[in-house]
Write a protein that binds this ligand. Structure first.
Ligand code: NDP
Ligand code: 2IT
Length: 444
């Protein structure tokens, strides 16, 4: 049996029921097959893939907190420290009821290669809790964050593990988490990113993931003789990534006609009014349905179905496995020419394969959404130098990083004889650096 198949079977056997983790490993290993088969004996001898697919450490802990009724609540907290070959563990924290070890292992595994692609010295990690921040008061959020950090601080630090936001974790939560870390350690250091601008945060970090998605999309279109101007874009989600992908797409001349949330989606044929969405989602923490109160000509539909809206470009920016084969066929049938994944693993493997087989330009999440963590790395640099760059400086660095990631993915795909396959290209380019570092550091 080939080394790739053997390792996939081992991962399934030893991580029972962890379907998201299996899926992420399969997607990466399948696209690395060519590289791995060329060095199979060498890699087998040093158990390279066994080590790469086993987290260095998983921390799991109890998070007790008291709600506004005086009732004690208990949640599960985790940090998956997956791989530190090229730098301290780096990756977000997700607060969502669905969070479990499988989801955090898939995210941590993806993060290794994504972080490598950015060109910055950051390893891969991810963490979070099954805590649901929806409908909680600010005091409840603070109580939860303080309790969560009271365990997590033992394992984090600027040179050790640097968390950030993800689903359900934004500026408010990062502020509370940072405040508690400082209180427990008496250290004012860049141990978390996405901080407020008045206490160590970087300009552009809020916008960076969404902006980065559109920068790399634009580069992919350009290199394939197409352009973004005038294109109709459908974006799923209406959180941090979706909002700033919308903003940059609009700035660059595209027309965003639909957004969604976990309850349903809106279609506005005149183009989304983003200020209204920001008011609803960033200020009031409401639902996307409220958009039609402000824009009665727009249409709201409850439930799934956003991918049935005809568009030229689709940007899934909500969550994993939100776009399946049927959705992919519908998009292609309606004239979609390009897809870039703002979320982590939003397209199922069948959908991804379908896009590639039917010549829809496809940029995978680990390249397309790497602008967020790349800007986190810029925040870490600014923190350690005790200085701040301007908005324009950080944005230009982000743009260049995204163009560079495109070039790396394009180059690796060409080197391995699959030009235009940015899934294979991004995985190989991310993998090569991590593997060289792991080999150089011996058996650890
Ligand atoms: P937010 O919490 O800001 O927004 C998430 C959005 O997706 C919301 O609109 C939410 O709806 C919707 N959503 C969440 N879960 C589900 C679900 N199970 N089904 C349907 N819709 C859902 O998160 P982000 O924007 O930060 O993250 C979105 C994606 O981008 C995630 O996959 C994340 O891992 C990825 N990502 C984030 C980065 C960042 O810097 N923030 C960086 C790189 C990737 P509702 O409002 O109803 O909850
Ligand atoms: O998935 C991701 O890359 C993130 N949620 C951002 C991680 C980070 O450390 O900025």
């Amino acid at each position: 049996m080939s080394y790739v198949d053997e390792i996939y079977e081992r991962v399934v056997r030893e991580n029972r029921g962890e379907v998201e983790f299996h899926q992420a490993v399969k997607e990466v290993l399948e696209s690395l097959r060519l590289v791995i088969e060329s060095k199979e004996d060498e890699y087998r001898k040093i158990a390279l893939l066994e080590r790469l697919t086993e987290p260095e450490r998983i921390i799991s802990f109890r998070v007790p907190w008291i709600d506004d009724n005086g009732q004690v609540q208990i949640n599960k907290g985790y940090r998956v420290q997956f791989n530190s070959a090229i730098g301290p563990y780096k990756g977000g924290l997700r607060f969502h009821p669905s969070v479990n070890e499988s989801i955090l292992k898939f995210l941590g595994f993806e993060q290794i290669f994504k972080n490598s692609l950015t060109g910055h010295p950051i390893g891969g990690g991810k963490g979070g809790s099954n805590f649901d921040p929806k409908c909680k008061s600010d005091r409840e959020i603070m109580a939860f964050c303080q309790s969560f950090m009271t365990e997590l601080y033992k394992y984090t630090g600027a040179a050790q593990d640097v968390p950030a936001g993800d689903i359900g974790v934004g500026a408010r939560e990062i502020g509370f988490l940072f405040g508690q870390y400082k209180r427990l350690t008496s250290q004012y250091e860049g141990m978390i990113t996405g901080k407020g601008l008045k206490f160590g945060g970087s300009l552009v970090r809020t916008e960076s993931t969404g902006y980065g998605v559109v920068y790399i999309l634009e580069e992919m279109l350009k290199k394939n003789g197409k352009e973004l101007v005038g294109k109709k874009v459908v974006i799923s989600g209406s959180g941090n990534v979706a909002i700033y992908a919308t903003e940059k797409a609009q700035q660059l001349g595209a027309k965003v006609i639909a957004l969604s949330d976990s309850q349903g989606y809106i279609y506005d044929q005149n183009g989304i009014n983003l200020e209204i969405v920001k008011q609803i989602k960033e200020v009031r923490r409401g639902t996307i349905e409220e958009y039609i109160e402000a824009v009665p000509s727009a249409k709201y539909t409850a439930g799934k179905g956003i991918w049935s809206i005809p568009c030229h470009i689709a940007l899934p920016c909500a969550t994993q496995n939100e776009l399946d084969l049927e959705d992919a066929k519908m998009l292609r049938g309606n004239g979609c020419i390009a897809v870039a994944e703002g979320a982590n693993m939003p397209c199922t493997m069948k959908a991804t394969n379908y896009f590639q087989e039917s010549d829809v330009l496809f940029m995978p999440g680990k390249a397309a959404n790497a602008g967020g963590v790349a800007t986190s790395a810029l925040e870490m640099s600014q923190n350690s130098m005790h200085l701040y760059w301007t908005f324009a400086e950080v944005e230009e660095k982000l743009r260049r990083i995204m163009v560079n990631i495109f070039a790396k993915a394009e180059d690796a795909a060409k080197r391995y004889g699959v030009p235009g396959n940015y899934v294979v290209g991004a995985n190989i380019a991310g993998f090569e650096k991590v593997v060289d570092a792991m080999i150089a550091q011996g058996i650890v």
